[in-house]
Design a protein around this ligand. Structure first.
Ligand code: CTP
Ligand code: MG
Length: 392
């Protein structure tokens, strides 16, 4: 790709983890619930639909540990060797990525294994209107400056934030800022947002995530292990059903595909029963009513509307609730048209509309053995099931 549209994640993992006790090896390769810490920190980027590629900056001594910790993935680039400070590791990564001409880069600490998809999305959204985006948490505690074990002053906490990663930037701006800082002998920056600030890049604040702390000490590793093993995943399954009447016409809409037919489905919108059933299934996972609650048929705005907007709205609501869609299944019940030859095109359409991997989307169909209203071709029905993991 040569058109400056890519977003690449750069994961920095070249530190030695001294404060976490280096005797068991660098902290980013320690196992947390069966997978290396760095794998937890990297996977959400590999799985995010709007991250195109991921590169990790590693230490020269860690190549074998790295190869063991991360499985091959089509989006994962060869690692780059980092430097003696975090700042130099980021710079090494940016220099290596320059030839790929990305539009944006997200820089993330390998030591933050609790990053999640929603946080990545918030940073990407922040980059829509700013060259920098920083996830941060407002400070809740009162802050004190201390000296010799005694309080010297209280720092007003108003307007103070704790910075997290991933921090997002327009790639060219961040690279220019890093090069200038390096040339100026400034090697004391502890994160990229402060370099951006020094270089006068506007950095938008976006909401951080309380669980997205950095693993720094031995105690942090123990606590993270406890958190990962003790949380029962909140898995939701929702189902949906819809049917529409067949009347005289020349095409039907099913799962987002316009299919020539000698009849059409009657309805206020395009009457796509597949998308309607799936929209209901998704809304059900977060107990958010049904399609009629969100798009009342009495509302003229939805007359002749394309149903993909209903589905996309449900996908957004699931994401806002902290959910990740892990699976969707649609069954179409009709005598005609024949769905088999269209099945993969439908799966692809659904993947495009929902940004869910096509491997997690199933479409199937059955006739009704010529029995009942479906058998007599008076209507078409659809059943759908959606599986969502909340707070993953
Ligand atoms: N990092 C890096 N290159 C360095 C130093 C740090 O890529 N020369 C990375 C770390 O691997 C980590 C992140 O920057 O993912 C944040 O740094 P920190 O938490 O300080 O990790 P370490 O430097 O490894 O730990 P310590 O300071 O305790 O030695
Ligand atoms: Mg360090």
């Amino acid at each position: 790709m040569d058109d400056h549209t890519k977003t690449i994640a750069l994961i920095v993992a070249a530190g030695r983890g001294e404060r976490a006790g280096a005797e068991n090896g660098p902290k980013q390769y320690r196992l947390l619930n069966g997978a290396a810490l760095i794998a937890h920190a990297t996977l959400p980027f590999l799985q995010h639909p709007h991250i195109d590629e991921v590169m990790v900056a590693i230490h020269h001594d860690d190549r074998a540990l790295y190869d063991q910790a991360l499985n091959n993935h089509p989006k994962l680039l060869d690692p780059v060797y980092g430097g003696s400070t975090r700042q130099l590791s980021v710079l090494a990564g940016l220099e290596e990525l320059e030839q790929r001409r990305p539009k944006n880069v997200l820089v993330h600490d390998a030591a933050r294994p609790f990053v999640d998809r929603a946080l990545i999305t918030r940073v990407l959204d922040g980059l829509e209107h700013s060259d920098g985006a920083l996830p941060a948490l407002a400070i809740a505690d009162t802050l004190k400056r201390g000296q010799n074990d005694a309080v010297v002053e209280t720092i007003p906490r108003q307007d103070l934030y704790a910075a997290q990663t991933p921090q997002g930037f327009a790639f060219a701006s961040l690279l220019a800022a890093h090069r200038k800082a390096h040339a100026a002998g400034r090697d004391d920056f502890t994160d990229d947002a402060s370099i951006a600030e020094w270089f006068n890049i506007r950095v938008a604040l976006v909401e951080g995530a309380p669980q997205n702390g950095k693993i720094t000490t031995r105690a942090d590793i123990a606590e993270a292990e406890h958190k990962m093993t003790s949380t029962t995943p909140d898995i939701r399954t929702g189902h949906g059903y819809d049917t529409h009447r067949l009347v005289a016409g020349d095409c039907v809409w099913l799962c987002g595909l316009k299919i020539p037919h000698n009849r059409k489905l009657e309805g206020h919108s395009d009457a796509d029963v597949g998308l309607h059933a799936l929209t209901d299934a998704l809304l059900a996972t977060i107990a958010s009513g049904d399609i009629g609650t969100h798009f009342p048929p009495s509302d003229q705005r939805w007359k002749d509307a394309r149903s993909d907007q209903f589905l996309k709205h449900a996908v957004n609501l699931v994401e806002q609730a902290g959910g990740t869609i892990t699976h969707m299944d649609v069954s179409l019940l009709c005598e005609r048209p024949k769905i088999g030859p269209l099945r993969d095109a439908m799966r692809k359409k659904l993947a495009d509309m929902t940004q869910v991997d096509v491997a997690r989307i199933s479409v199937k169909a059955t006739t009704n053995e010529r029995i009942g209203f479906i058998g007599r071709e008076e209507g078409i029905a659809a059943l759908a099931t959606a599986t969502v993991v909340l707070g993953a």
